[in-house]
Ligand binder design. Structure first.
Ligand SMILES: Nc1ncnc2c1ncn2[C@@H]1O[C@H](COP(=O)(O)OP(=O)(O)OP(=O)(O)O)[C@@H](O)[C@H]1O
Ligand SMILES: [Mg+2]
Length: 160
């Protein structure tokens, strides 16, 4: 399947797209957020939390210093930012592996740092800066669960 590529023209549009995804998430999903600094990963995550666990969405900030923030919900959401971590080995030492393939939803910024620890079935979302306010957001599935998620997301997107 070719990657699904969408363009947003404001932070609000990116957050809204995240909200659509957040509202259809199921437990065990792993979302790998990739792409350049300031691409919109945290902005998109704020939308995901708003769609999935609305009562805690106002809390969303980059977990760069905490590495992981947890948002209570059913299922719970775990938002990681691996920017400061060098490799999967360091991440394994911190015990984060236990969250992956678990009962929550994992959203990871700079997920490429995970290397071999990356779950096989994951939804990869890549953010590219296409202008001052424009972002290209590409979705790619690497297994059956993430593929189903993209299909459901596409169904919910208005064509006009
Ligand atoms: N279409 C857009 N979507 C998302 N953010 C946008 C958009 N246009 C402008 N922005 C701005 O880009 C910035 C995105 O920042 P954000 O923290 O979400 O990026 P990030 O990918 O998490 O960066 P980092 O890699 O540093 O964690 C915000 O300041 C936001 O206002
Ligand atoms: Mg961020």
């Amino acid at each position: 399947m070719r990657p699904l590529s969408l363009i947003t023209a404001s932070p609000a549009e990116t957050e809204d797209l995240g909200r659509r995804l957040g509202s259809i998430l199921k437990k065990g999903i792993f979302i790998a957020l990739k792409g350049e600094l300031g691409g919109g990963k945290t902005c998109f995550t704020r939308g995901i939390v708003a769609g999935s666990a609305p009562e805690s969405s106002y809390l969303v900030a980059s977990p760069t210093f905490a590495i992981m923030n947890e948002y209570p919900g059913t299922p719970p959401l775990y938002h990681f930012d691996f920017y400061r971590l060098a490799c999967g080995h360091e991440i394994a030492e911190l015990g984060f592996e236990d969250y992956f393939n678990g009962h929550g939803i994992c959203i990871a910024e700079w997920a490429d740092r995970l290397g071999e620890l990356l779950p096989e079935d994951r939804l990869e979302i890549t953010f590219t800066i296409a202008g001052e306010e424009r972002r290209t957001i590409s979705f790619e599935a690497s297994g059956p669960d993430s593929l189903t998620l993209i299909e459901r997301l596409v169904q919910g997107i208005p064509t006009e």
